[in-house]
Write a protein that binds this ligand. Structure first.
Ligand SMILES: Cc1cc2nc3c(=O)[nH]c(=O)nc-3n(C[C@H](O)[C@H](O)[C@H](O)COP(=O)(O)O)c2cc1C
Length: 368
């Protein structure tokens, strides 16, 4: 049972349950000398926290981060950094009935089976979207490290929600708009359509899935440790560790299967002494190694499992099929809140590989 630690040189340990005392992260391997404050983490946590709008769960959490170790005089020391937020707005009684009537599409049945019923099922326990707050805590530190050392910028946004696609936008639009609308769309017109669809679906007691697209700029060529530590396999693994993720594609991805080699190949050009290409069907990764082109990948989210509509399930206490109306407060779509989570896991993987590849040193600067 060692599934809560990830990374080789920039390591994240994720801990805490949805209705326990807290959720938190330990980051081991962050270089010394990075200026880091609670505000650096808080601003990303605020983008993920629940209860912010009509398209998210109404659970209200302050999610105020506390850094408990690993910084001194405003800088990282090289020691493990522990950050956490306390859980405040739990309604655990909502979950008692789910012990014997597992939610279709959720982890109630599999977690009970695996841990012999000892798992903390309240609020979904370790299988709650709430654990992604810990990814964001580690990811915010990784983002700052990448930005200050290599100038890497990570931009994720909702490219599709409930079958509606955000079309006609530039990366600049995405940078500017994504966090100024509730659905995190790069295009405000698409955002309004998506928002309406979420509200309509919520009214029907149903939920929606969608796609988060992620771009990382200024990623140097050479990140990735083929074959089992290739950059794309590590990114895919991290993305698939986000609850509700069901698919990942890089560049032209699944569409490349319907293209020919001449259509899909990115032709090399020499630009300012760097071997780049005009197209980016590879998504910035070739042979598991970053190419120097922008990293571009997409993450597919299923519709949230906990819906208000009546469903059938199997009652293990009664030994019969029964009707289930899922209690509690839930996201009608997880996609908007997952946007900063995708940015975070991308940062975690890039930071790990940048350190592994020698692009970032263990001490960023010296003080006498
Ligand atoms: C930010 C975020 C919020 C989530 N909120 C909910 C929710 O309110 N209701 C729900 O059923 N699932 C929610 N999920 C997804 C479940 O945690 C997930 O579907 C469940 O653990 C089963 O795992 P699987 O879908 O990966 O198989 C959320 C996921 C994320 C990333």
């Amino acid at each position: 049972m060692t599934g809560n630690i990830v990374g080789e040189r920039f390591v994240l340990v994720s801990f805490g349950e949805s209705h326990g005392k807290c959720v938190g992260a330990v980051v081991e391997g962050c270089p010394a000398g990075l200026k880091l404050s609670e505000e650096d983490i808080q601003k990303d946590l605020d983008l993920r926290k629940p209860g912010q709008s009509i398209v998210t769960t109404q659970r209200k959490e302050g999610d105020v981060v506390e850094i408990m170790s690993g910084t001194f005089r405003g800088y990282t020391t090289g020691a493990p950094i522990m950050a956490m937020v306390r859980n405040e707005d739990q309604k655990s009684r909502d979950y008692e009935s789910l012990v014997s009537t597992p939610r279709p599409g959720h982890a109630d049945a599999t977690s009970k089976q695996k841990y012999g019923g000892f798992n903390d099922y309240r609020g979904g326990g370790r299988f709650s979207g709430r654990i992604t707050a810990t990814f964001v805590m580690g990811g915010a530190i990784a983002k700052k490290l990448l930005s200050e050392t290599l100038g890497i910028e990570i931009i994720a946004y909702t490219s599709e929600l409930g079958g509606l696609r955000a079309e006609k936008f530039t990366l600049d639009d995405a940078r500017r708009n994504r966090y100024s609308n509730e659905v995190r769309s790069p295009n405000p017109i698409a955002a309004e359509e998506m928002r309406k669809k979420v509200i309509e679906m919520r009214g029907k007691g149903d939920s929606l899935g969608g796609v988060v697209e992620c771009v990382a700029l200024n990623v140097p060529a050479g990140l990735g440790e083929p074959v089992f530590g290739s950059l794309d396999s590590d990114l895919a693994r991290m993305a698939l560790s986000i609850p509700a993720v069901k698919g990942v594609e890089f560049g032209s991805g699944f569409a490349s299967t319907r293209m020919t080699g001449t259509q899909n190949n990115d032709l090399f050009r020499m630009r300012d002494g760097r071997l780049l290409s005009d197209t980016n069907n590879a998504g910035g990764v070739l042979g598991g190694i970053s190419s120097g082109m922008p990293l571009l990948y997409r993450v597919a989210f299923k519709p949230a499992a906990s819906i208000a509509a009546r469903q059938r399930t199997y009652d293990t206490a009664k030994g019969e099929e029964v009707d289930l109306v899922v209690p509690g407060r839930h996201d009608p779509t997880v996609v908007p809140r997952a946007v900063p989570v995708v940015e975070s896991v991308t940062a975690l993987v890039l930071a790990d590989h940048a350190i592994r590849g020698g692009f970032i040193t263990p001490v960023l600067k010296r003080v006498d």
